[in-house]
Ligand binder design. Sequence first.
Ligand SMILES: O=c1[nH]c(=O)c2ncn([C@@H]3O[C@H](COP(=O)(O)OP(=O)(O)OP(=O)(O)O)[C@@H](O)[C@H]3O)c2[nH]1
Ligand SMILES: [Mg+2]
Length: 197
Amino acid sequence: MKILVATSNRKKLRELMDILSPYGFELELPEETLEVEETGTTFLENAYLKARAYYQRYRLPTLAEDSGLVVPSLGGYPGIYSSRFHSIDFGGVEHGKDPDRANIKKLLRLMENVEDRRAYYYACVVLYIGDGGVFAEGRCEGAISREEKGSYGFGYDPVFIPEGYNKTMAELPPEEKNRISHRRRALTRLLEVLRWK
Ligand SMILES: O=c1[nH]c(=O)c2ncn([C@@H]3O[C@H](COP(=O)(O)OP(=O)(O)OP(=O)(O)O)[C@@H](O)[C@H]3O)c2[nH]1
Ligand SMILES: [Mg+2]
């Protein structure tokens, strides 16, 4: 089954493809990336906004995903602001050319004196097929390290230690991350909802 993927993040796309291709899904990138403003107040709303925008343009079954890192001791931040955390009005703005690095720098700075380092990744996926769609969610529990390690993955992976590991997500090869990630869990649930597996 061919599905359009409503994302501008190539690394996210790669993970979605690696997880879904064994189930016979062919994921396609749109010809043109749309600027979709993520104005929702939840991951679900933002995933729907992205899916609907691409569906309305291309009229094809569309998969969107909104995800982020939730740190309870920071009141749930970065949360839905994960990709632009460095630039938002919370705990001071962090400058830098690479947004992922600036996000990590800000997170580690805000957590310098924080003992409770528990965190989780969250993903909400939406498959939009016309008059609506189906959604599913997934979580990956873990903790925030004190220093960056590893070079696989993207985003906060160099400082996220998944539960049961003593390595960061960025030290795990892609197959391992894709076995335990929030994205994997959300997609597995989506396939169950669709009775696909
Ligand atoms: O280290 C990480 N490993 C992950 O597995 C992961 N998943 C999400 N995140 C963070 O959350 C933002 C998503 O924001 P997001 O869903 O809006 O995606 P995005 O803006 O990158 O692309 P798009 O799909 O919206 O076009 C990302 O940028 C990252 O900062 C992750 N960080
Ligand atoms: Mg986004």
